[in-house]
Design a protein around this ligand. Structure first.
Ligand code: SF4
Ligand code: SF4
Length: 256
């Protein structure tokens, strides 16, 4: 609290001027450093990961690690357990991707391939204003971060992003949570009430993949098991900048 007050007093203008400002050390999702991985004889990261987001193989030039950010809950257990410091916490907040496959990162192929999705067909479709309807199907941590996007620090309305109460007025459906069976019909009704063109954004790891709930009795396997998803925002929960940047990517028709 004192830190926040100090920040506000020193800032003068409360609203953050740095778009997608970098995170402090140790807070971000995992990424790969330049250090080599020891391979499957180590396997520490894979064995501690609670969501099975990591695979490790031994290749000709050392260990090959694949990490699915769409299944990652950002616990940092893999970073802390890695003896080689191959895995580190990222400082990036612009983490949204148009394709589910692009959330799988690797220490071998650093270049994350970009792929087209429906949203790139609609370049500047929404011009400089986009209306979002939020549907919460989970623990509400992601909803708190969506709410934080509207506070005076992040101030998403300056970018033309608005939250609306009715799906009739919405361009985009922001879905949080893993979408358990009890929410399937409600979510589909909400989507069907939206006029075309409409877009769907999965906000957070649960909405992206089901997260820890995936494969359970509640059939909570993420949004794309039910609706076509145009953009995925990983994180548990995602940072407000990640959410704002993701919505802007859909609004601008930009590739993630
Ligand atoms: S930070 Fe993500 S990938 Fe690493 S152990 Fe936690 S859930 Fe698994
Ligand atoms: S990334 Fe680190 S913890 Fe994982 S297998 Fe390689 S050296 Fe071991």
């Amino acid at each position: 609290m004192l830190r926040l007050l100090g920040y506000l007093l020193n800032q003068g203008v409360v609203t953050s001027k740095d778009y997608c400002a970098p995170l402090e050390d140790g807070l971000g999702l995992p990424e790969f450093s330049d250090r080599a991985c020891a391979g499957s004889q180590c396997n520490e990261c894979r064995s501690v990961c609670p969501t099975g987001a990591i695979t490790v193989d031994s290749g000709e030039n050392g260990g090959e690690v694949h990490l699915d950010l769409g299944a990652c809950i950002g616990c940092s257990m893999c970073v802390r357990s890695c003896p080689q410091e191959t895995l580190v916490n990222s400082k990036k907040t612009a983490v949204a991707r148009l394709s589910r496959d692009d959330l799988v990162i690797s220490n071998v192929d650093r270049k994350v391939p970009l792929s087209l999705s429906r949203s790139t067909e609609s370049k500047s479709l929404f011009y400089r204003s986009i209306a979002c309807r939020v549907v919460s199907t989970g623990c509400s941590a992601c909803d708190l971060e969506v709410a934080a996007c509207g506070n005076s620090i992040f101030d998403m309305e300056r970018f033309g992003i608005h939250v609306v109460a009715s799906p009739r007025f919405a361009d985009v459906l922001l879905v949080t949570g893993p979408v358990p069976k009890a929410m399937h019909d409600a979510l589909k009704s909400c989507y069907e009430a939206m006029a075309e063109p409409r877009r769907v954004i999965a906000v957070g790891t649960c909405a992206t993949s089901g997260g820890l709930h995936r494969g359970g009795y509640a059939e909570a396997n993420g949004v794309d098991s039910l609706l076509p998803v145009d953009l995925y925002i990983p994180g548990c929960p995602p940072h407000p900048w990640s959410i704002i940047d993701g919505v802007k990517k859909v609004m601008d028709g930009r590739q993630a």
